[in-house]
Design a protein around this ligand. Structure first.
Ligand code: ZN
Length: 167
């Protein structure tokens, strides 16, 4: 938990400062939060999410939100406390329990689905040679710092998952 980052997010949400919300990595979360359920997300509610969850890694929180929606566990928009409980349950905050893939937002089915969409839209896979550095964006997608291509392993896993679904 990072109190500084949480305070920054709370301030940004309070001011509806989307530039800062994006810079802090929370844009995808609030976009999903607003889009996945029909009832309008009020600014008071958005502020509550920021206060409860702002110290967590936004990639983890976004993945937990997607998992609740995807598995039908949240017919209505999950509240900040419900979401915090879901994060605690999946062990994304701690590294001790659960299966190896849990807590790997770059391998989350939703993330791999995004990768597939990107590949389908013609985004390139990184083909750089030698030591490479990858940056993870708020949606969990790994991109090469040099060529901005998608990380090879993540692309492979995304396409593998597609094969499994097709089989
Ligand atoms: Zn590259």
């Amino acid at each position: 938990m990072s109190v500084d980052r949480r305070d920054q997010l709370v301030k940004a949400v309070h001011a509806s400062d989307w530039h800062t919300i994006d810079a802090l990595g929370w844009h995808a979360f609030f976009a999903d939060l607003a889009a996945f359920w029909p009832r309008k997300l009020t600014s008071d509610h958005a502020l509550a999410y920021a206060r409860v969850l702002g110290g967590h890694d936004p990639v983890m929180v976004t993945a937990a939100l997607a998992a609740l929606a995807e598995t039908g566990q949240a017919e209505y928009r999950p509240g900040p406390a419900q979401l915090a409980a879901a994060i605690a349950r999946t062990g994304t905050g701690a590294k001790t329990n659960a299966t190896p893939k849990v807590g790997r937002p770059d391998q989350h089915p939703i993330t791999l689905g995004r990768v597939r969409d990107l590949l389908g839209d013609g985004h390139q896979i990184c083909g750089c040679v030698g030591p490479r550095q990858f940056n993870q964006n708020a949606g969990g997608v790994m991109r090469c710092a040099k060529c901005h291509g998608i990380e090879q392993g993540q692309a492979d896993n995304a396409l593998e998952q597609l094969d499994e679904e097709a089989a």
